[in-house]
Design a protein. Structure first.
Length: 157
């Protein structure tokens, strides 16, 4: 099993050190393992508040910044497994995270930036896998899965 993570830093609010990015990659790989995801790729863009505001307005019709957005590559598409090359990793999609929001939320919730960034990455990753929180039942399922991943990875509050 293997998840390839590509980080794209498009913000300058907080320099992101290589050990932190390595830990976030390991967290996503751990989440993929827990979800039985094999040979897949995900891109994580770290952006400022203006960029995520624009994306939220353009793609969700919500005219305000948010903390995390996910864009699944296969959303609304059905690619038969037998048409996919066997050795080709599946591109799950993109996770977009607002670094200013992550900083503020870490302070607001009283935990580390690392924990907040990890939470947002796992949240976005689960959305790529089809989890959602539109209903109370779906929200309970998704949020308990998030917490289970973060606790098992030992990235707690």
């Amino acid at each position: 099993m293997s998840l390839t993570v590509e980080f794209i830093n498009q913000q300058d609010r907080r320099p992101l050190d290589p050990p932190l990015l390595k830990k976030m990659e390991e967290l996503l790989q751990y989440a993929a393992k827990m979800e039985n995801i094999e040979e897949a790729e995900v891109a994580v863009s770290l952006v400022d508040e203006e960029v995520i505001h624009q994306l939220n307005r353009e793609y969700r019709g919500v005219d305000r910044p948010t903390d995390v957005l996910s864009f699944a590559m296969t959303e609304g598409e059905e690619t038969p497994p037998d048409e996919m090359p066997a050795d080709m990793p599946v591109m799950l999609g993109d996770i977009i995270i607002s670094i200013p929001r992550a900083i503020n939320q870490a302070e607001e919730y009283g935990h580390t930036f690392e924990r907040e960034l990890g939470f947002l990455m796992v949240h976005g990753f689960l959305h790529l896998l089809g989890y959602d929180h539109q209903t109370d039942e779906d929200e309970k399922n998704m949020f308990s899965k998030q917490e289970e991943i973060l606790e098992r990875f030992q990235l707690t509050r």
